[in-house]
Every structure is written in C-alpha cells, then in structure tokens.
Design a protein around this ligand. Structure first.
Ligand SMILES: Nc1ncnc2c1ncn2[C@@H]1O[C@H](COP(=O)(O)OP(=O)(O)OP(=O)(O)O)[C@@H](O)[C@H]1O
Ligand SMILES: [Mg+2]
Length: 366
C-alpha cells in the first residue's frame, strides 16, 4: 500500500510533509506489536491515527478499545482497566472484566495517558513488559495479549520531571512517538480539510455544496486554530448551517471564531485588532443578527420539542426523569459550544469537575 492509499483508506486528509512522514512511520510500525505514543494538541487527529494503526495491524479483526484516562474517576480507573473479583471491594457485587481483557488480541488506546495515577502506571508497565496483570482482589495473574497506543497533549518529559509520570513507563512508551503538528504549522492542509468537511456536510445533509469566498478562504488559512482540525470542522459545519444562500463569507467565520477574551488566537491576527469604525459597526450588527438567529433557532427547537412532548404525553405516561436529563444534556451542550469544545472551560462554566464532564459527555453521547 502506498502512503496515498493508506490516507484514503483511513480518511486522513493532508499533503503536508509532516503528515506524509507520519503516515510513513505509521505504516511501518502498525503491523508490529510495539507500543506507540501519540503527541499532539487537542483536535489534531490523535484518535484518527490510533484507529489507522489498529486498522493496519494484524489485530484489526479484534477490538480497538479506547479509554480516556482523564475521564474516569481515579478511584475506579484500576478496576475499569484490570477488572475485579466479586467482593474485592465495597460495591464489587459481581466479577467484572477490565478493558485489558476486553481488548485481548486487539489494541488498547489509552487517551490522556498523563492523567493516569502513578500507582496505575506501575501496573501498566507490568502489562507491557510481562503481558500479565492481577485483577483487583485476584490471587493469580491473568495473561493477555494487548497492543498499547497512548496519547497525550501534555509534555511527558515535563510530567516526568515533576514526578507525576514514571520515567520507566515513559521510556517504554516513547520508543515510537508520533508527533502530530498543530494545524497552524501545516497550513497547506487547511484548504483541503475545509473542502473535505464542506463536501461531507453537504452530502450528509443533502444540500448543495456552498462556496467559500476568497476572503473567507484566506481567513481560514490565517487563523490560529487553537482547537485544530476539530475546531475547523465544527466551524465549517456551523457556518454552513447558518448560511443557506450557498456562500460562506468572511463575516460568518469571524463571528464563529471570535473568543470571549483576548487569547493567543488573536495574537496571530493583527487584522483582527485593527478594525475601522465602520467594520466594527458592521461586525456588531452581524453579531446581533447572529444572536437573534440563534435565539430563533432555539425557540423553534423548543417549540418542536414541546409538540413532541405533548404528543408523547397524550399517548403514554412520561417518566419523571427524562426532562431533567434533557436539561442537563442541553446545559452541557451549551457549555461546550460556549467554550468551543474546551472541556476544562466547559467544566468550569458548569461548576463540575472535568472528570464528571467527561463522564456525562460519554453518557449522553455528545
Ligand atoms: N488528517 C485528518 N483528516 C481528516 N479528518 C481529520 C484529520 N485529523 C483529524 N480529523 C478529524 O478531526 C476531528 C478530531 O480528530 P481526533 O478526534 O482524532 O483528534 P484528537 O487529537 O484525538 O483530539 P482530542 O485531543 O480532543 O481528543 C475528528 O472528527 C477527526 O475525524
Ligand atoms: Mg482524542
């Protein structure tokens, strides 16, 4: 298989040299059992590469199990990973298989590995080295055959220096490292990615493909994209949803990418800060229109939901718990929208811990 065929097979868009080099390494290591460490900022494509590694390995017929180490409460992470025997701790009413056993013969993707507690790191190293582990409460070891892929957006060397990450595990993991560069460092790919997302969204929603104005394309190219490819994808999709006249222009992207507080995303954009009074006026107007449009859409949504609700009420008893769950889901969605996908900020807005937020995102499939 060539690099181009591989990218096509696994849905990887990009012609930047860095991406081709990464694909090249991926193709070489995928068929082996070597652990792989994937580095990269949020939204750069760590998971897409993890899937490609698994998909191109001899393990592809078996499961790829993804575990977000930052999302599972510390107290239960070990039992989630290694399983437990009935009665091994309060609440362990049944024996339970852990993710390692579920992934047996396949691949375990440990996302946000830097969040793994030190005690669990010791056990992980043991699994990697000896292919065995102890279920919690068990006296005999369980043998397994699992390939480990770990990902993080933190500098693990820093974590090692700060004694938050075990050096031996770090050495073991870093033998093969895929460093996925942020989108702003591979601008040649922005245009292709934007088109890919426009095409996909249009065909999924059965609408004509909208056109990007040259100014809008230039903006996408120059933006800092702190949320990387995920942010580009979300922005394009929101822009299409809001603009049904077939044209995606500069204004809509300026509004959609605007942050509440000045941050590094604007440092790269001097144009952004040097606006004439007319431009500022126009922007305010657009912003107001955008807010009104959003309100109308929310009202519509509410109306539909209400009708839906009444209809159900007529036909069957409505369980008490449903509206509360819906409200919670909406609140989480709003917070995520508001923080543009940044989970730490969203958790702050919701006054809950990041772990709780992760759990709820998973629970609601957000
Ligand atoms: N090279 C690429 N080509 C096409 N789509 C991509 C590419 N890289 C990422 N994506 C898409 O961007 C989104 C984010 O990618 P992914 O989930 O792999 O990022 P991540 O690094 O795991 O993010 P996080 O750190 O937030 O978990 C996904 O929808 C993914 O399909
Ligand atoms: Mg990810």
């Amino acid at each position: 298989m060539t690099v181009e065929q591989f990218k096509k097979e696994f849905g990887i868009i990009g012609k930047a040299k860095e991406i081709n080099d990464l694909v090249d390494i991926t193709m070489q290591v995928a068929p082996t059992d070597i652990s792989v460490l994937i580095y990269g900022e949020s939204g750069v494509g760590k998971e897409i590469f993890a899937r490609a590694i698994h998909g191109f390995s001899n393990r592809s017929e078996k499961q790829l199990v993804s575990v977000n180490c930052g999302a599972i409460p510390e107290g239960i992470l070990e039992s989630e990973l290694f399983g437990h025997k009935k009665g091994s701790f309060t609440g362990a009413i049944e024996s339970r298989k852990g993710y390692f056993e579920i992934a047996d013969g396949g691949t375990l993707f440990l996302d946000e590995i830097a969040e793994m507690p030190l005690t669990t790191q010791v056990k992980l190293l043991r699994v990697i080295e000896n292919k065995e582990f102890l279920r919690i409460g068990a006296e005999t070891v369980t043998k397994i055959d699992v390939r480990i892929i770990a990902a993080t957006n933190k500098d693990l060397q820093n974590e090692v220096d700060a004694k938050r990450f075990r050096e031996d595990l770090f050495f073991r993991l870093k033998a093969v490292t895929l460093n996925i560069p942020p989108l702003r460092k591979r601008k040649v790919d922005i245009f292709d990615l934007a088109h890919f997302f426009i095409e996909n969204y249009a065909s999924e929603n059965k609408i004509a493909e909208p056109k990007l104005t040259p100014e809008a394309a230039n903006f996408l190219n120059e933006f800092y994209w702190p949320g990387n490819i995920r942010e580009l994808k979300n922005t394009i999709e929101s822009a299409i949803a809001l603009n049904r006249n077939g044209v995606l222009d500069l204004n809509i992207f300026e509004i959609l990418t605007k942050r509440d507080s000045p941050d590094k995303s604007s440092q790269n954009l001097p144009v952004y800060l040097k606006k004439s009074p007319e431009e500022l006026d126009r922007e305010l107007l657009y912003r107001a229109l955008f807010e009104i449009k959003k309100d109308i859409m929310e009202l519509k949504d509410l109306l539909y939901k209400k009708n839906d609700f009444d209809y159900r009420q007529e036909n069957q008893a409505v369980t008490e718990i449903l509206p509360l769950q819906q409200t919670e889901k909406e609140a989480i969605k709003n917070a995520l929208d508001h923080s543009r996908g940044n989970k730490r900020n969203a958790a702050k807005l919701l006054h809950i811990s990041e772990r709780t937020l992760y759990r709820k995102i998973k629970e609601y499939g957000l």
